[in-house]
Design a protein around this ligand. Structure first.
Ligand SMILES: NC(=O)c1ccc[n+]([C@@H]2O[C@H](COP(=O)([O-])OP(=O)(O)OC[C@H]3O[C@@H](n4cnc5c(N)ncnc54)[C@H](O)[C@@H]3O)[C@@H](O)[C@H]2O)c1
Length: 325
């Protein structure tokens, strides 16, 4: 198939593009390189430098190119920042996505895979969370993804678009084959922060609270290896072609790891000291977030293969151990 991938030079996007090329698809990456990394671009893919905020460029890139599907990853993703800078998030995540949806409809493309997030659910009302869990985002970032999911539903009804929305939980790890070596800049997530501490880029890991109702008092989250996320995109495309129907699924493992489990496992794997400091809780952080992947398993025949903590951390240390940013 001929696939157009927005954000294909980013952290998850680059893994998705490698997986698509491995599976024999013809890929065009569309990325403005605001956060993309040159070294992560698969040479087998065509690259177009462009923004979803540029309607003319989008039309030029999509019209008369016979794309079979679009995978839309381009977005900002820092939940905390979205609460301080809603304009930044509404422009890129909402306006950019609507520009893309309109350009996709104009170009007559019928298949769309969307990078959604666990953040659409907000504070867990029950565990493991499934797709029927109430949608109640606790941050503006999560709301931008709800907005796009809702518009996908409308565009499906009004424009005949078929879509799969993949609600990723905490993306982690790097390509298990070691092909992706460009690290994320200024990571906000626990595991890259642990890695940066192990290789001396940071002095310590801040642990936000150790009095939660979990095995060791620190927060428990559902981590999912990027190679597992990437594999789900291939299955989503297959689903769209075979079923011509919409689907919304969690990509998760239902198994959580605590902050201290992650730090201790990372010590073991890296052989380095990983100093940490317990600080106060952050507002709105739940004890535990884990989600069911039963729907993705049943409908897409998907399950995580690389998402145990050891494989995730080993694949990260592989690229962090050189100590460079
Ligand atoms: N990383 C996670 O844990 C996680 C979890 C849930 C959902 N997601 C979603 O997955 C997607 C990819 O996340 P990521 O972790 O790879 O982030 P990332 O920042 O590494 O990648 C985003 C890519 O999109 C590009 N981009 C941003 N705005 C653009 C625009 N307007 N036009 C063209 N390109 C643009 C950036 O240059 C970058 O290459 C995002 O939509 C994010 O919301 C990520």
């Amino acid at each position: 198939m001929k696939i157009f991938v927005t954000g294909g030079a980013g952290y998850i996007g680059s893994h998705v593009v490698f997986e698509l090329c491995d599976a024999g698809h013809k890929v065009t990456i569309y990325d403005d390189m605001s956060l993309g990394r040159d070294e992560n671009i698969d040479k087998r893919a065509e690259f177009v430098l462009g923004s979803t905020l540029d309607k003319q460029q989008l039309a030029k890139a999509l019209n008369n190119k016979n794309f079979d599907a679009v995978i839309h990853l381009a977005a900002w993703k820092a939940a905390g920042e979205s609460m301080e800078k809603p304009k930044k998030y509404s422009e890129n995540n909402i306006v950019g996505s609507m520009n893309l949806l309109n350009a996709v409809s104009d170009a007559g493309i019928k298949n769309f895979v969307f990078s959604s997030t666990a953040a659409v659910y907000g504070f867990p009302e029950y565990l493991p969370m499934d797709e029927k869990h109430p949608i109640n985002p606790a941050n503006y970032y999560g709301y931008t993804k709800v907005f796009v999911e809702e518009n996908l539903k409308w565009y499906s009804q009004l424009k005949g678009l078929n879509y799969v929305a993949l609600r990723y939980f905490n993306a982690a790890g790097y390509d298990v084959k070691g092909r992706i070596t460009g690290k994320e800049n200024n990571p906000n997530n626990l595991l890259p922060i642990i890695m940066e501490t192990a290789c001396g880029i940071r002095d310590k890991v801040q642990v936000y609270g150790n009095d939660y109702d979990t095995i060791d008092g620190t927060g428990v989250r559902d981590y999912i290896h990027v190679n597992d996320l990437a594999a789900a995109h291939i299955l989503a495309l297959k689903y769209l072609v075979e079923n011509k129907k919409n689907l919304i699924v969690n990509l998760s493992t239902e198994k959580g790891y605590s902050v201290l489990e992650a730090i201790n496992k990372a010590k073991e794997i890296t052989g380095r000291e990983i100093p940490y400091q317990i600080v106060g809780r952050r507002d709105g952080d739940p004890d535990t977030v884990v989600a069911s992947f039963a729907k993705a398993n049943k409908i897409l025949n998907w399950e995580a293969k690389y998402s145990d903590l050891e494989t995730i951390l080993e694949s990260m240390w592989n690229i962090y151990k050189d100590g460079n940013r």
